[in-house]
Design a protein around this ligand. Structure first.
Ligand code: NAD
Length: 312
């Protein structure tokens, strides 16, 4: 892959002014920042909400995990800013599986709610899969219901998890070639690794999925034109593991003693052509795409888009 023509002195100067030169990194990669693109998506979502009338998003949080509380608050702030009606259901960790499923069923039946998101993982004793399967697939804006996951697997995406959608939008924004490219994904979670692998496959990349049992990670990553890292392991990808000119997407968010770090050593900017910063890369895109999914759910529910197999 060729290096971006945007690697001009001007761009480098801007990046340095952006404060990405911690540890004295001598940057050459174009930073794929999520903020500006996310802002555009959110402005479009706000227009769509005005056009559609009321659009409703409900989140369900069980227990009081502090990180989940922050994520949910950010989602509600973004939904409110886009003019959506948002409902924040907070349930005690002591809730039974049946009560949780009843809460989800009540949101399914609520005509003012277009999108439902159950914050995972649930506290011990509750079944993530059963809770997710209780969501009406048309309202499943996280794209985790087996129906939607299956449609993605079959190459007919309906609701797709927001983070992989955000990654694809960032790669598209920077015109990173995917057709025929070698893509390597580190991580095989249902919410990031597997869906991004499917989206890359559907974009005609040759995809390899690595995970915690992969032997000799570098052997795989060094071959990647596009490398997506979603392991949740601080700086698991180092400069010597990246092919010169690759596009590297760092999904990881790790809270360490030295602050928030990604899964990719920032020095990778010395060899990659494109790199997402942490924070400010994939994170802002995830929230923007969740809002876009909620508008999509509203369109499905109003019959403006056909929902395959179930409605439309
Ligand atoms: P997860 O814990 O569900 O999955 C992690 C995956 O990484 C697993 O499939 C595992 O096999 C793999 N893995 C773990 N250690 C590995 C190793 N040493 N070598 C190779 N593979 C390894 O995590 P997740 O929900 O997919 O999230 C991954 C990371 O992305 C986390 O840091 C999470 O906080 C972050 N995340 C960020 C956003 C965002 O919006 N920026 C969204 C979702 C997740």
């Amino acid at each position: 892959m060729l290096r971006s023509s945007a690697n001009s002195g001007l761009v480098l100067a801007t990046q340095r002014l952006g404060g990405i030169t911690s540890r004295g990194t001598n940057l050459s990669a174009t930073l794929m920042k999520g903020g500006p693109l996310a802002e555009r998506v959110r402005a479009e979502v706000a227009d769509d909400v005005r056009e559609l009338g009321q659009v409703g998003l409900a989140t369900v949080q069980v227990g009081e995990d502090p990180a989940s509380t922050i994520y949910i608050r950010r989602k509600h702030e973004a939904a409110d800013e886009a003019g959506m009606h948002s409902v924040d259901r907070k349930l005690p960790a002591s809730i039974s599986q049946e009560e949780l499923v009843e809460e989800v069923a009540a949101l399914n039946a609520d005509d003012g709610i277009d999108g439902i998101l159950v914050q995972l993982p649930l506290p011990r004793g509750l079944d993530d899969a059963a809770a997710v399967t209780a969501i009406d697939p048309v309202k499943d804006v996280d794209g985790v219901h087996p129906f939607n996951a299956g449609e993605l697997y079959l190459g007919r995406p309906t609701h797709v998890p927001a983070t992989p959608l955000g990654i694809m939008a960032l790669l598209d924004e920077h015109r990173v070639p995917l057709d025929g490219a070698r893509a390597v994904v580190i991580g095989r979670s249902d919410i990031v690794g597997k869906p991004i692998a499917h989206l890359l496959l559907q974009a005609h990349a040759t995809v390899t999925i690595c995970h915690s049992h992969t032997d000799d990670l570098a052997r795989q990553t060094l071959d990647a034109d596009v490398l997506v890292v979603a392991a949740g392991v601080p700086e698991i990808v180092t400069t010597d593991m990246v092919k010169s000119g690759a596009a590297v997407v760092d999904v990881g968010i790790n809270r360490t003693e030295s602050g928030l770090v990604g899964d990719v050593d920032p020095d990778v900017a010395k060899v990659a052509a494109f790199l997402t910063p942490v924070p400010g890369g994939v994170g802002p895109m995830t929230i923007a795409m969740l809002l876009e999914n909620t508008v999509r759910a509203a369109r499905f529910r109003r019959g403006l888009l056909a929902f395959p197999g179930i409605r439309g």
